[in-house]
Design a protein around this ligand. Structure first.
Ligand SMILES: CC(=O)SCCNC(=O)CCNC(=O)[C@H](O)C(C)(C)COP(=O)(O)OP(=O)(O)OC[C@H]1O[C@@H](n2cnc3c(N)ncnc32)[C@H](O)[C@@H]1OP(=O)(O)O
Ligand SMILES: O=CC(=O)O
Ligand SMILES: [Mg+2]
Length: 530
């Protein structure tokens, strides 16, 4: 294509609609960010491997001595923009057009438009998602369903906060100077390039959620990219705002430092509980003392999760930053009022705990949960937009408390089977192009599925990986149950048991039995799409 900037290749179809996003100017902007920052991204990914080797050798994480001055320092993040002051309920969801309109209209204060955990990053999903984001910012987004139902934005809508892909993911359809580019830079660059002028002219800006970081140096990279991007487009420094998900155990030891790195661009921290659990399993996978109970037992009140949630809250408010709670995986259950009421009670308890602890808001997965969560935050916040002023000096979380990995029991056959069942169903959906699905009445996305598959890998290899009836979890036991679960799923799915689900079952076996732990299931998954 003659229009492409020098050094840029696009290895996928550019439809006329995609061409509106992949303009030569936008691609040149991506190329410029790639050339400035891709080397550092790769170094940071290599640093993750070095850190893993240290953990494998038995070194436990701790608060960093070299950044003690940052933790002790008296600083705050820059003031928040008006449309990020009140975030008491944030709805999240993939960037599919109909769902986006429903999310904007849901009554939530913000909408996290997700290019990450709940999104399968196929070329079409990324490009259509960016088109939807552009139209949403301009309030022109609409949709007509095959049944003829028309979807349009209400007068009052949620503020858009976009979550780009994590640092580990690439966008394989674009090369710059022969190198595949970062998925994070792709998502950020295009959302910023096309929308920032429009938003600033209308009193707002592009706001982000930044996922899966493992160190403050990774946050520094984001900050430097923001500075370069604002500079390149003549946007006032500090205009972009970003909330960092603390969803890795290593990130939990660097919360102050992460806020500090991003302080001109920060809009706080979020407790990304599902990836956090996954990260604990991943990072301590070879530690013979580490072994967690069934996935269903690991909730926000177990010791290490409680410590993490409280430390996040205290850290944020000390720095005048919002603390946003994470997501209960419960969703409305149709046609079963009793089970539905139990799910709603679970949501109420989750949001009540966050609000009374002092959190400024929390996530929900479904529009039907917005009023339930809102009532809990309203009861605590009243007319105040947030409770950032609530200091929790009474909280003192130690490294040992962050690493107090209980409960270790029970591990049950039912829990093992559920991990297999959910993992295969989720991966099958993902490689079919859908990154978020209801399974057994729970929201499942890349983060929750990671827990399912990494638990089995770890149980097989840990001396503590024994079922409550005394049986050791082994590759043989796993494969026996896998065959059984697959047979049952084949019957239940019937004609819908497509090649993607057969591939998912094979991939699940590989992920679990391979000696080398696969860092993210979306990495081999990406090979299956497009
Ligand atoms: C660990 C983390 O990262 S959490 C963040 C990432 N995860 C998410 O964002 C989860 C988002 N949630 C979802 O994708 C969905 O709620 C699911 C897949 C869990 C369930 O979806 P469904 O089975 O379609 O739910 P259901 O049939 O009850 O939907 C009813 C309506 O609500 C809409 N809806 C459901 N969830 C959402 C959502 N999160 N945002 C917007 N609309 C939604 C549906 O599109 C549907 O709309 P319609 O009546 O106009 O057709
Ligand atoms: O992204 C959120 C999580 O819980 O993971
Ligand atoms: Mg996550």
């Amino acid at each position: 294509m003659s229009q492409l900037p020098a050094g840029v290749e696009v290895l996928a179809e550019i439809t006329p609609a995609y061409a509106e996003i992949l303009t030569p100017e936008a691609l040149a902007f991506i190329a410029s960010l790639h050339r400035q920052f891709e080397g550092r991204r790769r170094e940071l990914m290599a640093a993750r491997d070095v850190r893993q080797k240290e953990l494998d050798a038995g070194k436990l994480p701790d608060f960093l001595p070299e950044t003690a001055a940052v933790r002790a320092g008296d600083w705050t993040i820059a003031p928040l923009p008006h449309d990020l002051l009140d975030r008491r309920v944030e709805i999240t969801g993939p960037v599919e057009r109909k769902m986006m309109i429903n999310a904007f209209n849901s009554g939530a204060k913000s909408f996290m438009a997700d290019f990450e955990d709940s999104n399968c990053p196929s070329w079409d999903n990324q490009l259509q998602g960016l088109i939807n984001v552009r139209d949403a910012y301009r309030k022109t987004i609409s949709f007509t369903s095959p049944e003829g139902k028309v979807y349009k934005l209400n007068e009052q809508i949620a503020t858009l906060v976009l979550r780009p892909r994590g640092w580990h993911l690439t966008e394989k359809h674009i090369k710059v100077d022969g190198e595949i580019i970062s998925g994070s830079i792709f998502d950020f660059a295009l959302s910023f390039f096309h929308n920032i002028d429009y938003l600033v002219a209308n009193g707002s800006a592009t706001y982000y959620y930044l996922p899966k970081m493992e160190s403050h140096l990774e946050a520094r990279l984001w900050n430097d990219i923001f500075v370069a991007a604002q500079d390149a487009l003549g946007i006032k420094q500090g205009t972009i705002k970003a909330t960092v998900l603390i969803e890795t155990i290593l990130g939990a030891f660097e919360m102050d430092e992460i806020l500090y790195e991003l302080r001109e661009h920060s809009s706080g921290l979020n407790a990304g509980r599902w990836d956090y659990i996954f990260s604990c399993i991943k990072k301590f996978r070879t530690n013979r003392d580490f072994c967690l109970a069934d996935r269903a037992r690991i909730n926000m009140t177990v010791p290490f999760m409680r410590a993490y949630a409280l430390l996040l809250l205290k850290t944020c408010h000390k720095r005048n930053a919002p603390a946003i709670g994470g997501m209960a995986a419960l969703i409305p259950i149709k046609n079963d009022p009793v089970k539905n009421e139990a799910a709603m009670a679970g949501i109420r308890a989750d949001k009540n705990r966050d609000a009374t602890d002092g959190y400024d808001g929390g996530w929900v997965a479904h529009p039907g949960l917005v009023p339930v969560a809102m009532a809990e935050f309203d009861a605590v916040l009243g007319d105040r937009p947030n409770q950032i002023g609530k200091q929790r000096d009474d909280i003192n979380v130690t490294a040992a408390e962050l690493l107090d990995f209980r409960p270790e029991a029970p591990i049950t056959e039912a829990g093992l089977r559920m991990n297999i069942n959910v993992g295969i169903q989720y991966i099958g959906a993902w490689i079919s192009g859908n990154g978020c699905v209801p399974i057994h009445n729970l929201m499942e996305d890349a983060a929750t599925a990671e827990i399912s598959r990494s638990q089995i890998w770890q149980w097989i290899r840990s001396p503590k990986g024994k079922l409550e009836d005394g049986r050791k979890v082994t590759t043989e036991l796993f494969r026996e149950l896998l065959a059984d679960e697959v047979a049952q799923l084949e019957v239940a799915y019937g004609a819908k048991w497509t090649k993607q689900y057969q591939d998912a079952a094979r991939m699940f076996d590989l992920l679990t039995t391979a000696d080398d732990f696969v860092e993210f299931l979306t990495l081999p998954g990406y090979e299956y799409i497009d």
